[in-house]
Design a protein around this ligand. Structure first.
Ligand code: ADP
Length: 458
């Protein structure tokens, strides 16, 4: 009987998949084969071996199906260990596997729960107000700093629209603005109304937004103090410099002075002029910085006329460069004449100062594809290495400090251009390729643009 069982066993095993059989399946096969052989022998003794075998097989299949059904039922009820169906062989293996998986997923769940709890407590203690919003700007989660800085309660205000709670028009605009805006400076709410916050919007997941508001009161105070200090110092230096300049003029009129003294006086005059230039530029910068014009503030400026007059003045003082103008004469802008004149002129004089004689300078004033106004000065001069570009508009940053000073540069020109542009809601971009040339572009938003025809009708 055991040889017969081993032949049948080999046959069944050869029909099995190539991976190692589980002990449960082996037990199952053994039990099935012993049963089959036993029933076949009994059938043989009573003279109905075939019928006995068929009845056995049908019975076995029904028994197997019932066990599977019990398993499915148990799994659909949550696979609780206490309710596990009676098992043998293969089903025993299945139940063990389910137990193991459940234990593993319980452990994983606990691990995730702990991580989430740690994250929650970490985020809750963040010094910056952090608020998670859904696509309709309803609050999903907020931390304790949000309560302190924006008066948003983590429980009470959950589900509320944030723009119903923070009723600052600039904040509303910032929230709904789909264009990328770096950050918004605004006052806090509730007991933090005297604080200044820098609010950032971080899109996350599908239609979710995280708002982060940092208290920058101290930073702003330091910035204002620095601005006021630079402004005051520059202002105070103006008068003594004017007096020095006056005396120098008087002394230089004296023709009986030694040539050496005359030379010395000329040097002092040049240096005092340079100092006066720096003082004037610093004063101008301190007025421009962080002080945007209101929406309708400014005069209607005919920029193309302004550019033409600058170019002809430059031509009168130096005829070393050619200018190619491409100006939209009907495009005007709402702004401060003094500031825009200074910004436009800085780019023109730089193009003359930093390129060789004979260079052609292209100047254009046109409307861009999105209705913005674009002032562009391009030259085919020596260009600027890429590593300098990001820092060019910082105060006193020069590529070649010696050359800039010799040419009477203060190192403040591009900083003035940048801040004048920003004060008008615009921005300065610089592109350059060494050996090919540079392109300086000021872009003004459409909201500041006006056609001269419109201006006349107003
Ligand atoms: P500066 O008073 O020294 O001209 P700016 O802020 O106007 O100060 O310019 C900063 C630096 O940018 C200059 O020192 C110069 O090295 C570089 N620069 C500006 N314009 C050009 C240009 N058109 N071509 C090459 N370099 C330029």
């Amino acid at each position: 009987m055991s040889t017969m069982k081993s032949v049948l066993s080999d046959l069944v095993v050869s029909m099995m998949p190539p991976y190692m059989l589980s002990s449960g399946l082996k037990k199952e096969i053994n039990a099935f084969l012993y049963g089959l052989i036993g029933v076949a022998l009994a059938g043989f003794i009573v003279g109905w071996p075939a019928i006995a075998t068929i009845v056995y097989l049908i019975g076995y299949v029904i028994w197997l199906l019932r066990r599977m059904d019990a398993m499915v039922h148990w799994l659909s009820e949550g696979a609780r260990p206490a309710k596990a169906p009676p098992t043998t062989g293969l089903t025993n293996d299945m139940v063990q596997l389910v137990h193991r998986e459940k234990k593993y997923s319980r452990k994983q769940k606990n691990r995730y729960r702990n991580t989430l709890a740690q994250f929650n407590s970490l985020a809750a203690d963040l010094p910056d107000a952090t608020i998670v919003l859904d696509k309709s700007f309803e609050i999903r989660w907020s931390n304790s700093a949000a309560l302190e800085l924006l008066n948003i309660h983590p429980d009470r205000d959950r589900g509320q629209r944030i723009d119903n709670l923070v009723r600052n028009p600039e904040f509303r605009e910032f929230l709904h603005n789909k264009e990328e805006q770096e950050e918004l400076e605004m006052p806090g709410t509730g007991s933090s109304a005297d604080r200044i916050l820098a609010v950032r919007k971080v899109p996350t997941g599908k239609h979710m937004t995280v708002l982060i508001a940092a208290d920058i009161t101290q930073r702003v105070q330091v910035r204002e103090m620095r601005k006021a200090f630079v402004g005051d110092v520059s202002h105070e230096l103006r008068t003594p410099l004017t007096v020095i300049r006056g005396y120098l003029e008087m002394l230089r009129e004296n023709e009986s002075l030694d040539p050496e003294v005359t030379e010395g006086l000329a040097q002092i005059t040049a240096q005092s002029d340079r100092m006066r230039g720096i003082v004037e530029d610093l004063l101008q910068l301190s007025k421009l910085e962080g002080n945007p014009l209101a929406e309708n503030e400014g005069d209607t400026l005919n920029v193309s006329t302004m550019i033409c007059s600058m170019v002809s003045t430059l031509h009168e003082s130096t005829d070393t460069h050619q200018f190619a103008l491409d100006l939209d004469e009907s495009l005007a802008i709402l702004g401060s004449e003094r500031e825009l004149y200074s910004a436009c002129q800085n780019l023109l004089t730089n193009a003359v100062r930093y390129t060789d004689p004979g260079t052609t300078i292209d100047v254009s004033w046109q409307t861009g594809s999105n209705g913005e106004a674009i002032y562009r000065v391009s030259d085919n001069g020596p260009g600027i290495e890429a590593r300098h570009l990001a820092r060019l508009s910082e105060r006193f940053y020069r590529v070649d400090a010696g050359r800039s000073r010799d040419d009477g540069g203060t190192g403040l020109g591009l900083a003035i251009v940048k801040h004048a542009a920003q004060r008008h809601g615009g921005n300065l971009t610089i592109e350059s390729t060494p050996g090919t040339g540079s392109v300086f572009t000021i872009t003004f938003p459409q909201s500041r643009c006006i056609t001269l025809a419109q201006a006349v009708n107003q």
